[in-house]
Ligand binder design. Structure first.
Ligand code: FMN
Length: 177
């Protein structure tokens, strides 16, 4: 069987995002085909959709999700929930015909400033994904707490506990893909 192709989505738009670093650590562990999709989309607006149609970048994201064997979402926690930009992307992707998430293996990871490492963000993201019926990997949980202290300048992560959880999660995602 060929190596699964994974798509990464980062819930943060920030250039130096720890979640993007986490995503690249996971992609490195995967070692196979990997690309990053973008959630940098306009705010969902029914008038925009009606007058101009679904934006091209939404179609692109939906096609990337559909084409991937598995999707990895790395997201921060904003006020104990998933970031609005990520929810906005889920809402946009639900608008074109077809559901690219259906039965798609999906793994969630988070890096956050708090001690819980984004646990509540992941939980709310799980709920937000329910309508689309993906296959969300249940564990182990990858919750990188106190994120600014964990990543080296080059984006690497040395904490063995986190690396073990990331490695297990990537293996489960690949097995499901
Ligand atoms: C609006 C906002 C709300 C936040 N709320 C939380 C929170 O509820 N829990 C938490 O652990 N960190 C919270 N943080 C801190 C983020 O976890 C931290 O900035 C993280 O590095 C953001 O992810 P990024 O590095 O991928 O951009 C919040 C940050 C912002 C900007």
């Amino acid at each position: 069987m060929s190596t699964p192709t994974l798509l990464g989505l980062c819930g943060s738009l920030r250039q130096g995002s720890f979640n993007r670093k986490l995503m690249h650590v996971a992609a490195g562990i995967h070692g196979g085909p990997f690309s990053e999709g973008s959630i940098r989309l306009p705010l969902y607006d029914g008038d925009l959709e009606q007058n101009e149609g679904v934006p091209a970048e939404v179609h692109t994201l939906a096609e990337q999700i559909a084409a991937a064997d598995g999707v990895l979402i790395c997201t921060p926690e904003y006020n104990q929930a998933l970031p609005g930009g990520l929810k906005n992307a889920l809402d946009w992707v639900s608008r074109p015909k077809g559901n690219p998430w259906l039965n798609k293996p999906v793994a969630l990871m988070s890096a956050a400033a708090g001690r819980a490492g984004g646990a509540r963000s992941q939980f709310s993201l799980r709920l937000a994904l329910v309508p689309f019926r993906p296959i969300v990997i249940n564990g182990p949980e990858v919750l990188v707490a106190n994120a600014s202290k964990e990543f080296a300048e080059d984006g690497s992560l040395s904490n063995e506990m986190y690396l073990k959880a990331i490695t297990e999660t990537v293996a489960l995602l690949k097995a499901a893909a």
